[in-house]
Design a protein around this ligand. Structure first.
Ligand code: ATP
Ligand code: MG
Ligand code: MG
Length: 316
């Protein structure tokens, strides 16, 4: 009686992160493909932190915006964890005796019974990381991608969420090339205290390069996402060849003085790129450029683009 096994056909793995894995699946009934994120929970399944996580997933499923990954449904199933592959044990609603007889020492060891949270979401084709790495982006393309990301982030902030782990691996891209912010919310709750940054939990190499300086102190708000946005914009505008070059260049950008590389001197039509980056990368969070201001600047620079002006106007 596994909902996952009954309803979906597993196609392949899409990614693995600090909290579990993401699988590409086919829904047997509607014949649509989805991504299902499988997150390992704490034992037992009714652990207080699991309830919070489930609630968070349900909240995320209530969000709907073109530029954020759509969360369709979430549920908990209990499985045994035998060395590497998942083997289903019992459903959360059945066979409670087995689970309660396990001591907390069994958690994580071979063959123990572990609850997992399943999150069915919209399937995307790639990540912004792959898009950035695979080609040079023209300035109009950059403006379009960035405009969409900013709109998605605005919606996220309007709903009271601070992403905290915005980086090109967590921005997915669908088959139409539309960027979608993903992987938010859960990290905040899994790390326990709200003030605790996710640095130690993330497996993505180099994600600390996107983190706002104030995240280390634990005293931050949604302005922390603006900082990450600044690094992402820079990467959209300036392709770097190696990981080594990237970490060197980004480390310089992260200095309080915000040191841009010598070969990044956008002029004329492109000067907005450096200007917005400079404003987003300011260390004092309150001085960073606001999302509405960014949308305004972009729509003035690119008046003929199909930017969704109505979205900008709703807060103007
Ligand atoms: P992290 O270590 O960054 O916290 P995570 O466990 O939180 O990782 P995600 O970032 O949500 O997991 O997903 C990991 C990877 O799986 C992504 O970088 C992406 O490659 C892939 N992925 C996640 N969601 C989707 C999706 N909806 N469609 C396609 N691929 C996805
Ligand atoms: Mg991630
Ligand atoms: Mg994550």
């Amino acid at each position: 009686n596994s909902r996952y096994k009954n309803d979906f056909e597993e196609l392949c793995a899409l990614g693995e992160g600090a909290f579990g894995r993401v699988m590409k699946v086919l829904h047997k009934t509607d014949q649509q493909e989805y991504a299902v994120k499988i997150v390992e929970l704490k034992y037992p399944y009714n652990h207080e932190s699991n309830k919070k996580l489930k609630k968070e997933a349900e909240f995320l499923a209530s969000l709907s915006h073109n530029n954020i990954v759509r969360y369709h449904a979430s549920w908990i199933e209990t499985w045994t964890k035998s060395s590497c592959n998942l083997e289903q044990c019992t459903d959360e609603s059945t066979g409670g005796t087995e689970k309660t007889s396990l001591s907390s020492d069994d958690h994580g060891s071979t063959g123990s019974v572990i609850p997992y949270l399943f999150i069915q979401m919209e399937l995307c084709t790639t990540t912004l990381r792959s898009v950035i790495d695979s080609k040079h982006l023209g300035h109009e393309e950059v403006a379009k991608l960035f405009f969409d990301i900013v709109q998605g982030l605005k919606y996220v902030h309007q709903n009271g969420i601070c992403h905290r782990d915005l980086n090109p691996n967590n921005i997915l891209v669908n088959s139409e090339g539309r960027p979608k912010i993903g992987d938010f919310g859960l990290a905040r709750l899994t790390s326990g205290q709200c003030g605790k940054p996710t640095t130690l939990l993330s497996k993505d190499v180099g994600t600390e390069l996107y983190r706002a300086p104030e995240l280390t102190s634990g005293d931050y708000d949604s302005c922390a996402d603006l900082y990450s946005l600044g690094i992402i914009l820079f990467e959209l505008c300036h392709q770097m060849k190696t990981g080594q070059e990237r970490s060197k260049v980004l480390s310089n950008l992260r200095c309080e003085a915000i040191i841009f590389p010598d070969d990044f001197q956008p002029v004329g039509k492109l000067s907005w790129q450096k200007e917005i980056c400079s404003y987003l990368l300011k260390h004092p969070p309150a001085e960073r450029m606001k999302l509405d201001k960014i949308l305004q600047v972009l729509s003035e620079e690119y008046p003929l683009q199909e930017f969704n002006i109505s979205e900008i106007m709703d807060l103007a």
